[in-house]
Design a protein around this ligand. Structure first.
Ligand code: PLP
Length: 371
């Protein structure tokens, strides 16, 4: 399929791959799956991803912010949704009215949610977040049992879940994750002893879900694996997961240039001989980074990006693929014939990781669902 006639560049989102990845997580963890679709579904498009994930058996969606939850509700999605981050007190009523569950870690948040619930006339669904070693959001473990009792006994509040988040589950050495799991288990034991265990206990992200069965509890919160991307070089997805996103464009012009010709802003590249330079309508305005060493696929081969990446365009050196013509497909992430460039490869060139590559795709890049 080519969408070159319609778009300068676009990403193709393989929804069957999303479904397959969800099924892999269900089978491998034996727990419920929360599809983490924050940041516009890691750049893939939150609504189609969430729909595909739920079709395949995910029971929850996870987001970072209220507006992301409301986007799913406005699209008609009825499944439980948890806001993993903070919800501003001014917007508690909106969240409650939309039946969106929220994370809390302080007594004041529980009281504020109860007041908002009374005003709306609907319950506030809350998950207690305990910090077991991430030093981000969460209560101290020793404060959690008292907070759990408060959550269980406050009118208007449904104590729906207890959770934590791992800092180092994507590393080869799982000792830090085992230690966080141990801390979390101690908190859970105390909460169970107090007779106030909520129905959903969850801790694992993709890496922990796949590598640490003891961390799976009732539900795993799966982000990167849903998109078929490896959590890290040390924590690779097993067979059966498939990447979901391909980023494509086409050659809009081919210049045949004599030696000594400067290419693009600052003439960061100067031709060395008679060269074919292709122009591709992708730039840093689309989320493609302006760094040296970029490569793309053209004509089934890896070719270098030359000169500085512009806001809307970049230039490639086509000497390795002399048969290419204007209109030929350019792949920035994905496969072309036998060749492949992954989000992980691009992350390595950009000095970052795949999460940031896909989340950085800008709004103007069309997301086209396939499958
Ligand atoms: C609280 C929480 N849970 C789960 C996830 C999913 O993590 P991953 O994409 O590594 O599976 C995230 C993502 O950062 C998160 O912040």
């Amino acid at each position: 399929m080519s969408l070159a006639g319609e778009y300068s560049n676009w990403v193709e989102i393989d929804l069957e791959a999303i479904e397959g990845n969800v099924r892999q997580c269900l089978q491998r963890t034996g727990a419920q799956v929360m599809a983490v679709v924050k940041a516009n579904g890691y750049g893939h498009g939150a609504v189609p991803v969430a729909r595909a994930a739920v079709r395949a058996g995910a029971t929850w969606c996870g987001v970072a912010r209220l507006d992301e939850a409301l986007e799913l509700r406005q699209a008609g999605m009825d499944c439980p949704i948890l806001i993993l981050g903070a919800t501003p007190v001014q917007r508690l009523r909106e969240a409650i009215a939309a039946r969106v569950s929220m994370a809390v870690w302080e007594a004041g948040q529980v009281r504020a949610a109860a007041e908002a619930a009374a005003a709306v006339g609907q319950p506030a669904r809350l998950h207690l977040k305990v910090d077991t070693g991430m030093t981000r959001l969460g209560s101290e473990p020793e404060d959690a049992p008292e907070l759990a009792r408060q959550l269980a006994s406050t009118p208007g509040v449904v104590f729906e879940g207890l959770f934590t988040h791992f800092a180092r589950a994507d590393e080869e050495d799982l000792a830090p994750t085992d230690e966080q799991t141990r801390q979390f288990r101690l908190v859970l034991d105390q909460i169970e002893t107090a007779g106030v265990r909520p129905p959903l206990v969850h801790a694992a992200n993709s890496a922990a879900g796949l590598a640490c069965p003891a961390a799976c509890f009732d539900m795993v919160r799966v982000g990167i694996a849903l998109y078929g991307l490896h959590p890290s070089a040390e924590c690779q997805l097993p067979e059966g997961f498939r990447p979901v996103l391909s980023w494509k464009s086409q050659l809009t012009q081919i210049r045949v240039t004599p030696p000594g010709r400067g290419v693009g802003y600052g003439h960061a590249y100067v031709t060395r001989k008679l060269e074919r330079i292709g122009v591709v309508p992708v730039g840093y305005g689309d989320g493609y980074r302006r760094v040296p060493g970029n490569r793309v696929l053209v004509g089934g081969r890896v070719v270098p990006v030359v000169g500085n990446v512009c806001m809307d365009q970049l230039m490639v050196q086509l000497d390795e693929v002399p048969e290419t013509r204007v209109g030929d497909e350019v792949v920035l992430i994905g496969r072309q014939g036998q060749a492949e460039l992954t989000a992980e490869d691009l992350g390595a060139i950009w000095g970052t990781f795949s999460y940031e590559v896909v989340c950085g795709l800008s709004a103007r890049v069309a997301r086209v669902s396939i499958g």
